[in-house]
Design a protein around this ligand. Sequence first.
Ligand code: ADP
Length: 302
Amino acid sequence: KITIIGSNMYELTTFTDHLPKRGETVAGYDFSEGFGGKGANQAIAAARLGADVDLLTVIGKDYFGRQQRQNYADNDINSAGIINGSRGSGVASIFVESSGTNRILVVKRANDELTPSMIDAHQALIRDAQIILLQQEIALATNYHVIELAKKYHVPVMLDPAPANLELDINYVVQVKFFTPNEHELAAVTGLPTYDLADIKRAGQTLIAAGLENLLVTLGSKGVLWMDQHHAQLIPAFPVQAVDTTGAGDAFAGSFAYYYTMGASIDAAIKFANQYAALSVTKYGTQRAYPTKKQMAKMDLP
Ligand code: ADP
């Protein structure tokens, strides 16, 4: 089974022709609510594909938190790690202009209660996993603690360093089995430029030289650069007409974990995840754009 440790957010999205200036009130033209948070997104992707998923996350003590719990139940995610927090829910206020530009303001709230001691209280979820997925919407100290425990139990970890955090300690990065930054996050971790593929390889090589086992740099419509101690290989993206790429990285992580834990090679799991993430960008929204295994089979794949 797959254990995902991380954030959940309730998304409140407002669509507007233009954003208000300071002191101004503007009428938007549409609004939607939805489920998000990088941890939760990855869990939903894996669960929709049919994986046995535990999500360790702290939900808020409010209406949004109750909606989150229902959403996990609806998607067959195990409930042992869904913790009731004492604070309000993590929320993301999203403003989308008609040009497509978006601005997102995230307030973590209950997610800050996911501490190292809470991890200790749920060690079984780490011990019994085939793979652990981490992102960076919870405290770095919590992620470090998970990486240490996973090492003790010999469970591989996949760390998606999103959103970028300049404080991320490279000594922990090199301990994970899969590190999956996009090019911006790779620049943040290495302090090196990542403008083109040659730059990205050079930056990536510093992590490989420091002992990292697998680096998967996600490159949007270009695909994924996979580097390990022996080779560097660009695995092209699946060609689709993208309408909304939010949550593509999370779709990639969740579907990679699903296929890898089914016994696929790393190469095959990257190809599968490229396909799943590509399908997710052909629809608006984050979790609502993640297909189930059945829907995936029915989709027109070129
Ligand atoms: P992030 O959301 O973390 O920035 P990326 O934008 O790199 O991540 O996207 C993650 C993965 O999603 C890519 O590696 C690719 O497989 C897929 N993807 C993203 N955008 C597209 C696109 N326009 N066309 C096809 N696949 C895409």
